[in-house]
Design a protein around this ligand. Structure first.
Ligand SMILES: Cc1cc2nc3c(=O)[nH]c(=O)nc-3n(C[C@H](O)[C@H](O)[C@H](O)COP(=O)(O)OP(=O)(O)OC[C@H]3O[C@@H](n4cnc5c(N)ncnc54)[C@H](O)[C@@H]3O)c2cc1C
Length: 487
């Protein structure tokens, strides 16, 4: 007989483990299973093993609201995996998770009121089928198998090694080598200081600059509370509130006086860089400060490596690869034994799962989102996409509350199906992309946004980018406003 669960959770990363915890906590009696293609938990934090891999936001908020963080604000990939392992162990979630199962398709039948899930057991190559009343997509936003690799002229001529941070080989050896890291984002900024001591020299080759904030990796308030033996749950909550407050202040300042905030951030970077360093060219982005998450550099490690002469920065376009390096737009040739392509991700829409509803193939780009959590045409399905400017998990936690409430509502009504439906006056509203490019525009989103579902121009067909607002909005959602059809 085909195995059946009430809820099938896709993915055992931060979002999927959180979903499992909340289901167990808020929905005792609901059966659920978590499937993940990887051999272990952690998602992003299992996949990324490059030197120096760490969070760029603090773990009081990248951690769950229900499980206190007891370390320094910025954590290494290994510490994050340990934290997630502790959550799984403490709440006995392991028995609900099956690894090495890649979900290929999900087919909804209105007649049977359930999803049929087809997965491949990557250990045995067998096809596995099961049914689920509800699908909770916690698949993250990018393809874990391989990173994004732009095609550059002459790449095939390069005689050195090319590495991608997402596919970091255990045996990578950089000692004494000339390394060029292509990229300017958080990955490049964490990797570079970690390899700078070993390598002969590292060049950060970026097309455009990014904002960074150098900060000591301590939270004074957390340390004070810990020294006073305050219970860890209290410390966690108090520090989270402190972070929400400072984030709100920062956000307000960035929107009311963007130029001033930009100057403050750029000046603080300037103070960390050597005399005469071309800050305008290399560390003065054209976008507004709050448009992407502000990456924190613990103890300013990237700037220190630049000060020590171990790292140089080139802001230019790539003309072509040569046999021993890269020629950039200005004509300069950067010699390299190793090139690291910190060029980002390939976005995976809906975990690359084929979705079928009552025999009809669904193209995610045709869907309209309900609050960035559900979609028109997709019954009994919720989707987690976290914040980019604040920690991802803040949104995962509040989506979990919403999904558990929705499942309770289905029970209360004795309904088997819930699907968002456009009201007659929503039918011709204008549709915009999943995220507004004026608001948030990293390369991997821009490259693939056309494949993502759309937002409408009004509530509830939009979703919020700010936790402070969305947490209240979601908690107060009227499930009876005519935009969710229960049957
Ligand atoms: C290097 C790096 C650093 C980051 N730092 C931060 C940070 O400091 N703060 C922050 O807020 N965010 C950060 N992020 C974003 C980060 O991805 C999220 O914070 C968070 O880890 C996402 O968790 P997730 O569970 O939603 O997705 P993921 O971590 O991507 O996990 C999704 C899981 O779903 C599984 N899956 C997907 N599709 C399928 C399928 N079809 N079948 C079976 N399994 C499937 C995958 O195998 C994976 O294990 C960072 C990302 C990267 C890459």
């Amino acid at each position: 007989m085909t195995e059946h669960v009430d809820v099938l959770v896709v993915g055992a990363g931060i979002s999927g483990i959180g979903a499992a915890y909340h289901l167990q906590d808020q929905r005792p009696g609901t059966s659920f299973l978590v499937l993940d293609a990887l051999p272990s938990y952690g998602g992003t934090w299992w996949t990324h093993r490059y030197p120096g891999v760490r969070s760029d936001s603090d773990l009081f908020t990248l951690g769950y609201r229900f499980h206190p963080w007891s370390g320094d604000p910025i954590a290494t990939g290994r510490q994050i995996l340990q934290y997630l392992g502790a959550v799984i162990a403490e709440h006995d979630l392991e028995r609900h998770i099956r690894y090495r199962h890649r979900i290929e398709s999900a087919e909804w039948s209105s007649e049977a009121s359930c999803w049929t899930i087809t997965a491949t057991n990557l250990g045995t190559d067998e096809t596995v089928k099961l049914t689920a009343g509800f699908v909770w997509m916690c698949q993250g936003y990018y393809r874990h198998g391989e990173g994004y690799k732009p095609q550059w002229d002459g790449l095939e001529d390069f005689e050195g090694e090319v590495l991608h941070p997402q596919e970091w080989p255990d045996e990578a050896e950089l000692a004494g080598k000339r390394v060029v890291v292509i990229g300017s984002g958080a990955t490049a900024a964490t990797l570079i200081p970690a390899i700078a001591d070993d390598a002969a020299h590292v060049t950060m080759l970026q097309r455009s600059p990014t904002y960074f904030m150098a900060r000591p990796n301590v939270n004074e308030l957390a340390n004070t509370l810990r020294a006073l033996d305050i219970p860890p749950e209290w410390t966690h909550e108090i520090v989270r509130r402190q972070i929400f407050k400072t984030t709100a202040e920062m956000r307000a300042a960035a929107s009311s006086d963007p130029e001033k905030v930009k100057k403050v951030v750029v000046d603080s970077m300037r103070s960390q860089l050597p005399e005469g360093f071309d800050v305008d060219r290399h560390f003065t982005p054209s976008y507004r400060v709050w448009q992407q998450r502000l990456a924190i550099l613990p103890d300013g490690d990237l700037f220190r490596a630049i000060r020590e002469g171990k790292v140089s920065v080139v802001t230019d376009t790539i003309e072509r690869f040569t046999k021993d390096g890269i020629t950039v737009g200005s004509g300069e040739h950067l010699e390299a034994d190793v090139v690291i392509t910190a060029t980002g991700f390939d976005l995976a829409v809906m975990g690359d799962i084929d979705l079928v509803v009552d025999g009809k193939d669904i193209d995610p780009a045709d869907l309209v989102t309900y609050r960035g959590i559900m979609f028109t045409e997709l019954p009994n399905l919720a989707y987690v996409f976290g914040y980019f400017r604040a920690s991802w998990t803040l949104r995962a936690d509040i989506i979990s509350d919403f999904v558990c409430r929705l499942l309770a509502e289905l029970d209360l009504r004795g309904a088997k199906k819930v699907v968002p439906v456009l009201r007659p006056h929503d039918a011709d509203m204008s549709l915009i992309s999943w995220v507004d490019p004026a608001n948030f525009n990293p390369g991997y989103m821009m490259r693939t946004m056309h494949r993502m579902p759309k937002q409408g121009d009004r509530d509830p067909w939009t979703w919020g980018l700010e936790y402070a607002e969305e947490k209240n909005v979601l908690a107060g959602v009227d499930l009876d406003d005519g935009t969710l059809a229960f049957s």
